[in-house]
Write a protein that binds this ligand. Sequence first.
Ligand SMILES: Nc1ncnc2c1ncn2[C@@H]1O[C@H](COP(=O)(O)OP(=O)(O)OP(=O)(O)O)[C@@H](O)[C@H]1O
Length: 253
Amino acid sequence: MTQSLCVEDVHVTFKNTCIIDGLSLSVDDDEFVSIVGTSGCGKTTFLRALGGLLPNSARIGRTELHGSALQAPEPRVAMVFQHFGLFPWKTVEENILYGVRVQGRTEPRERMERLLEVMHLGHARKKYPRQLSGGMKQRTGIARALVLEPELLLLDEPLSAVDAITREVMQQEVIELIEAEPRTALLVTHDLDEAIIMSDRIVVLGGPPAHVVLDIRSPIERPRTLETVRSHPEYLGLRRRLWGALESGRAAA
Ligand SMILES: Nc1ncnc2c1ncn2[C@@H]1O[C@H](COP(=O)(O)OP(=O)(O)OP(=O)(O)O)[C@@H](O)[C@H]1O
């Protein structure tokens, strides 16, 4: 496996408060890694550091994607946000194509059509975000990131604002998308089951300040479905280990 993302000794400080204290992580090409940790430990801050969304004065350390530094938002990296981040005055189709247009790239019409189809958004392509359910908004957010074919996909609790049933359906959809089109991805989630179902590897952060408590490769191989993961003999043991690490991360903070 080739290394895709390399994070070395990253520190983030806001107004003299240390939020991330020397975090290092390397991620292989096409590896799907989940980051879990108790509320406020610094997970979103870590993703924002990778997405180039923090002022350079707030962070030090090395963040590289395929050997070149990540310091500012760039086309190689796409982020999906918890609260969708859609432009209310643009239709589904316009939202999906926004990044492509900003980058001055040729519109990948065929790719967009395929994403509209797999994300069940074809019928809603001319609708505005106010006319969509939470699930449809987030499908649009995910399609907008994937249409860019990013080298690194950052997902910040993308499914936490949708109801439990939609969440499970979308977990499966995202798994299928990633399995059909492998991609290096980091997912921040509070949900241990979501992390287990979606990931090749799970990193538990303690804090603040954020630090790695456990970094574990999943014993449950792809292809994963909700069904096969929950009935897997290693599932409960893995869940217990993650839970223990979360508790110790909180205790040490
Ligand atoms: N721009 C900022 N200025 C000052 N403090 C900040 C800023 N952004 C985040 N913080 C602080 O950094 C800490 C970590 O926040 P962060 O959102 O990264 O945690 P999190 O683990 O993602 O939390 P949650 O799971 O609740 O979303 C918090 O104490 C937060 O108040």
